[in-house]
Ligand binder design. Sequence first.
Ligand SMILES: C[S@@+](CC[C@H](N)C(=O)[O-])C[C@H]1O[C@@H](n2cnc3c(N)ncnc32)[C@H](O)[C@@H]1O
Length: 209
Amino acid sequence: MHNGIVRKHHWDQFYSKILCDKPGWYTPHLHASLCWIDQLYIPHYAPIIDIGGGESTFAEDLVEAGFRSVTVLDISGKALTNAQERMGRKKRLVTWQEGDVASVNLPVHYYELWHDRAAFHYFTREDERQCYRESLFNGLKPGGHLIIGTYAPEAPPRCSGLPVRRYTVGELEAFLGDEFVLQRQRKEQHVTPNGKGKMFLFCHFQRRS
Ligand SMILES: C[S@@+](CC[C@H](N)C(=O)[O-])C[C@H]1O[C@@H](n2cnc3c(N)ncnc32)[C@H](O)[C@@H]1O
């Protein structure tokens, strides 16, 4: 079966099962990302995309902060439906896109901000990482911002039943190449709902104009 179909099946199944329990990566609000975005003074009309946004409150919080061009892209339609149900009437203020970031057609050089918390690290194969990179280079406008949160080397090698690739800052820089300039980095110990610590690395890069 095609890898993208397998991935979609995995995530739809996953979101169908977690009715009561929060998933391991759950956090009520993505404070690290929101705080950095606040400091970037991005205009409220600027297009923002959240890659693998799942059920997170990130899009909702951006809408609350006044942003009016927020897209959530996720491979799982089930995750998007769950997030929409939680948002109620405000879901209309977000664009919901079901798709695989590795193969999706995004508008060219359109997004001011590309945000990804805990989706990129599932791209373990080199060909898949290159597909992700192509989508990023296609979708993010020159001068635009990338905020990415991945597992750091101290984190476990698997998450939600899938292998993950863990990153140092240098590895993220090598992946992105010269076109992206590191602006900020921080490590954050995420505590899962069942009390386990998982180290995240957050980086903010800006694409050269
Ligand atoms: C660990 S969850 C993180 C969810 C959310 N970003 C957060 O921080 O709460 C990973 C998310 O990425 C999505 N995902 C996995 N592979 C993807 C792909 N190839 N394209 C788009 N979304 C993907 C999953 O469906 C899931 O919602």
